[in-house]
Design a protein around this ligand. Structure first.
Ligand SMILES: Nc1ncnc2c1ncn2[C@@H]1O[C@H](COP(=O)(O)OP(=O)(O)OP(=O)(O)O)[C@@H](O)[C@H]1O
Ligand SMILES: [Mg+2]
Length: 489
């Protein structure tokens, strides 16, 4: 199946998200769509998959013009997309979700659906329990489920919008192997939207690059990584040096904490976090880092042990008490835990500010929101609903909302979905906070990010935690072994 986009344009108010874009996709090949945050990648892919309609332009399948009224329509034509923010139905089980959206009577019974799900999952090396509830899955598992659902609907073109953010290295290599085999052996077209250029070089045959809504170039892979970066940004970005650390007094003291949730238990974590220190939490998706950081944030009560902030015992304190004490938490699921779909940037801002007055001063809120938008280089306006921002801009805005002068800042995947320049920018901001004495604890799936920014690293594996005191002699290969359990206890 050959798909062509011809002269696609789409504007949102004054934003020209896509301007006269023409691209062509052949069967059996793997394409990358690259571009900085807000470049228009997701918009173009949503148009191609029937989730949005273009203002003008045509989609052609094997030379025939088609119009999609909905994603279901696009799927019926063989084009399926895995969205940047997973669009599944959390209150259902994996199996129910797998069946959802399917034309009635497609599966004679749930037993057949279950069998299909199990055998597809097996083929992919995905471990999905059909009877688990979707809201208990990790982001990586949710993505796996959605991929299986699309494949079971016989799509011929599979679009993945940043699929490797938030999944483990193991899940990623399983995914890449499958995508390669779908293209090579079954002649499917794979389109990958990604900021991870290493992934693109590993997986893709060609790359299309967008900048500010326009198509700016094409590269055949392999090619030097610098060529891609230059097409994306028009210049080469330099990696910044990390300023030397000066640690202050202990701020958060975690003593022999044991945690358990529906998924796992974590044993005996002890750690004293000092002011101005960056602690990186490394581990495969679902190894307990998420639970640990939530217990520091007051969202999960430890089974045993204590968590103290200076002399305040916060072990059983509520999220609000912990926040009052000077701890902030930025979760990974932007539109699930952090930001609220339907609310504007200004409303978010007004809601999160510690108000002395019982009313909101909207004039002030507007002004301050506009200032933050500028400082954090967010592409949006105070009255933009949050879901209309591109993924990377949502993340920047979430960071812009964090209060000043924190004692401890807890971050889950702070640069997930950000382009290279934005990620550097975010770390500049974080290191400024660190220089003023804020301790930073962050989870990341990017081993080089952990190695580059951590003063100490906590490695999670199989419910146990190992502290790496001096990351100076740590590199991504060694860290990769540690999180895979190779050298751990
Ligand atoms: N529904 C919408 N309403 C208003 N503006 C929108 C909407 N969707 C996207 N935009 C705007 O269009 C532009 C392109 O957004 P898009 O999501 O396509 O970018 P992207 O390349 O996917 O970026 P990222 O890498 O950050 O995900 C952005 O400025 C965004 O704010
Ligand atoms: Mg996007």
């Amino acid at each position: 199946m050959h798909v062509e986009l011809r002269n696609i344009s789409k504007t949102f108010g004054r934003v020209r998200a896509n301007e006269d874009i023409s691209l062509s996709f052949s069967a059996g090949r793997i394409y990358a769509i690259l571009g900085e945050n807000g470049a228009g990648k997701s918009t173009l892919m949503k148009i191609m998959s029937g989730y949005q309609s273009p203002d003008s332009g045509t989609i052609l399948i094997d030379g025939q013009p088609v119009t999609f009224k909905s994603p279901t329509d696009a799927i019926a034509h063989g084009i399926g997309m895995l969205y940047q923010d997973p669009l599944d139905f959390p209150p259902f089980t994996v199996l129910e979700n797998f069946i959802a959206g399917r034309p009635g009577g497609f599966f004679p019974d749930t037993a057949a659906a279950r069998q299909t799900l199990i055998s597809l999952a097996e083929r992919f090396g995905f471990h999905l329990d059909p009877d688990r509830y979707v809201d208990m899955l990790t982001i990586g598992e949710r993505q796996q489920l959605e991929i299986l659902r699309l494949l079971s609907l016989n799509v011929r073109v599979l679009i993945l919008d940043e699929p490797t953010t938030g999944i483990s290295a193991e899940q990623k290599s399983a995914l890449f192997n499958v995508l390669k085999s779908l293209a090579r052996d079954e002649g499917m077209t794979i389109i990958l939207v990604s900021h991870k250029l290493e992934d693109v070089l590993e997986l893709c045959d060609e790359a299309y690059v967008l900048r500010r809504g326009r198509y700016v170039g094409h590269k055949t892979i392999p090619c030097p990584i610098g060529d891609l970066v230059e097409l994306m940004f028009g210049k080469i970005v330099a990696r910044q040096e990390r300023p030397p650390a000066t640690f202050g007094e202990p701020v958060m003291i975690i003593d022999d904490v044991c945690l358990s949730s529906h998924r796992l238990s974590v044993h005996n974590v002890s750690l004293t976090i000092r002011a101005g220190e960056v602690i990186g939490l490394a581990g495969l998706d679902g190894s307990g880092q998420a639970e640990f950081i939530r217990s520091c944030a007051g969202l999960l009560t430890p089974e045993r042990g204590t968590i103290r902030l200076n002399h305040l015992d916060l072990t059983r304190a509520s999220y609000h008490r912990v926040a009052e004490a000077g701890v902030a938490f930025l979760p990974a699921g932007r539109l699930e835990e952090g930001l609220i779909r339907g609310m504007t940037l200004m409303e978010h801002f007004a809601l999160t500010q510690p108000g002395k007055a019982p009313w909101v001063n909207w004039m002030r809120a507007w002004q301050t929101t506009a200032e933050r938008i500028q400082t954090f280089n967010v592409k949006g306006r105070p009255n933009s609903p949050i879901q209309t921002l591109s993924g990377g801009n949502q993340q920047r805005f979430a960071l812009a909302l964090l209060p000043e002068n924190l004692k401890v800042l807890l971050l889950e995947h702070p640069t997930r979905g950000l382009d290279v320049e934005s990620a550097l920018y975010i770390w500049e901001q974080l290191l400024q906070r660190r220089a003023s004495g804020t301790a930073i604890v962050f989870i990341s799936a990017e081993l080089d990010e952990i190695v580059a920014y951590s003063d100490r690293i906590l490695v999670f594996f199989g419910g146990h935690v190992t502290l790496v005191d001096d990351p100076a002699d740590m590199n991504t290969t060694r860290l990769g072994e540690l999180i895979g359990g190779k050298l751990a206890r």
